[in-house]
Ligand binder design. Sequence first.
Ligand SMILES: [Zn+2]
Length: 278
Amino acid sequence: MTTKFKPDPVLNTEIDKTFVKDEYEPLGKPVYIKKDTALDAMAGDGGYKEAYLADAIRFKMKRDNKRFWAGDNISDYVTEEYKEKLIDEATEAFELVLDRLLIDRENDPNSKGTAKRLAKMYFNEIMAGRYDPAPDATSFPNDSADRYEGMLVVRSELRSMCSHHHQPVVGVAYIGIIAAQHLIGLSKYTRIAQWCARRGTLQEELANDIAREIEKATGAKDLGVYIQATHGCCENRGIMAHSSLTQTTVLKGAFKDDHGTKKEFFDNIKMQQEFAPR
Ligand SMILES: [Zn+2]
């Protein structure tokens, strides 16, 4: 058997010189590797040594056709255990950014732990809404004879970040619904809004995200979300406009189609603003 062994000339043309033939047996069957799975191999079971965990997760999301834009939640792919490792990897990357910016992170005492602080801040604070699962919003039935049928308007303070410049977006959202079959705790509106906000977003996108998640949590089809916010990317750079304010509105169901409901929503907002301006 060993004497008949013919090494594959494509795999190794030098093989005749280096192979101790008597020590090996041919496999006897061809081995196939699917061409388009090179990325899969990297994303697999740790077989690819150089790969970062972040790369493996990225490839997995691509394979699953899972969108992972700055405003998307990817908590299904990032466990608490992964998060620690991802923070370490991001620290390494931020160190490189500081080096490229020619900031002395070895001797400047204020820049020493900056890379790690940035990595932790992104994962645990300013982009936490990407990595954390949706806040638990237990709902209560609202179907008795004296069920609440009116409008509910909640004011939620928001901190977000623009995807374009990673500058702070600061403002408030007013969330209005006509109570449906079930209700959620009042603080949950704000928790959901903040979970949507703590990502890289556009304000237009954020209003849509909050409306969608509130609809999901409450089952309400009649709802409105109004956001007003200042944008660091307009205040701290570019046009340097210190007092510019951006307003966005998403209206659904009766809030959109019924003039009276729409007016009541905005009247409520005006009343709230008298108590707590911006
Ligand atoms: Zn921006």
